[in-house]
Design a protein around this ligand. Sequence first.
Ligand SMILES: *[C@@H]1O[C@H](CO)[C@@H](O)[C@H](O)[C@H]1NC(C)=O
Ligand SMILES: *[C@@H]1O[C@H](CO)[C@@H](O)[C@H](O)[C@H]1NC(C)=O
Length: 454
Amino acid sequence: MGSHWGFLIGLLGAVWMLRSGHSEQQPPETAAQRCFCQVSGYLDDCTCDVETIDKFNNYRLFPRLQKLLESDYFRYYKVNLKRPCPFWNDINQCGRRDCAVKPCQFYSEEANNLIEECEQAERLGAVDESLSEETQKAVLQWTKHDSSDNFCEADDIQSPDAEYVDLLLNPERYTGYKGPDAWKIWNVIYEENCFKPQAIKRPLNPLAAGQGKSEENTFYSWLEGLCVEKRAFYRLISGLHASINVHLSARYLLQDTWLEQKWGHNITEFQQRFDGILTKGEGPRRLKNLYFIYLIELRALSKVVPFFERPDFQLFTGNKVQDAENKMLLLEILHEIKSFPLHFDENSLFAGDKKEANKLKEEFRLHFRNISRIMDCVGCFKCRLWGKLQTQGLGTALKILFSEKLIANMPESGPSYEFHLTRQEIVSLFNAFGRISTSVKELENFRDLLQNIH
Ligand SMILES: *[C@@H]1O[C@H](CO)[C@@H](O)[C@H](O)[C@H]1NC(C)=O
Ligand SMILES: *[C@@H]1O[C@H](CO)[C@@H](O)[C@H](O)[C@H]1NC(C)=O
């Protein structure tokens, strides 16, 4: 573990900053500063500054990535949304199909409101599973084409319940799935899966009561004691969580009448999740973790270029011309990413000695599989869809980072037995990154909106 020390200091600067100098400063003034105080200037993980990342992402990467993700290869994601929750039985009230028919035992006064809320959540959270006849046929062809992929452990995908879902038909946005049900999921993810000894509590959701200062300190000193990769794992989950919440705030259901549904930015919602004061300091740290996950996924993409560059790799959909064009666009994006001056400490994260790296890789894999199974407990199907996709995408990014040497030694043509990505992994990797990229872009919008209110 000694090899990690150099990097260790840099990696968790967020925590150090908070515990030392930062807490003594006067609270920043404006609403915008109160969310973004920690996300400006240099990020401690990397010698690149936020402004450079924003410019690179918002103007160079994001538009091309959006275009790629609209293509047939990337818009259809095969996923099993029907797996029962393996961890607990009490399905939440709103996610249940018969919610409106058999309303849980609400007290009369609130009953109507709750039922309405349930109905709305159910409607917004439903997954549109329709595929055109043409797509259904194409998809059969893909399965045939991909059958050699199956040596990978995609137990979800083999199930007859796994289905292709059109991601463009099911945008990630506000669904009404929130409150205790949603917190429970996130708490289980953090509590059970962040390599954490039982006794230490993560600072609770700021909206829940009972956040203790000493608890928080125990948590952050625990975090400091971890090896770099495990600490990174926590920050990645936190970054993913932040990203999802940015989306929900940016695609909030502002108006819901039979005439129209209006979606847009809800500044109050954003502030409740990210304002430094309202969240007792957690919010800005979450946003910082969002940049962290961005940089990690970016780095994974820059490392996996050789896999996609091989002449026999195709983005197969059966349309040769389109497939070739998409591959070109994909490589263009990857080269753009590679050209971004990433200044991570290349030699510390995910690169310990081989035995240690393999052990960590396996541990991470189990954790990700576990998180994917926890997603089966998410009552809102659309949230489940995006949760699974993003977990798999992040898992794939880490698989790449743990496989750097294998990728570097990959044969230029012919099958690659040492390192391989399945269609699902590829689709989830790019869509997950697309989500984070969208979040970074949305931060710019929120920054502008917040600047205008005070
Ligand atoms: C997986 O999650 C469950 C439920 O939260 C937990 O009990 C178990 O310890 C977790 N296992 C791993 C390997 O994280
Ligand atoms: C914005 O979100 C808040 C909760 O954070 C909610 O109370 C409010 O009604 C939302 N605004 C609109 C216009 O929907």
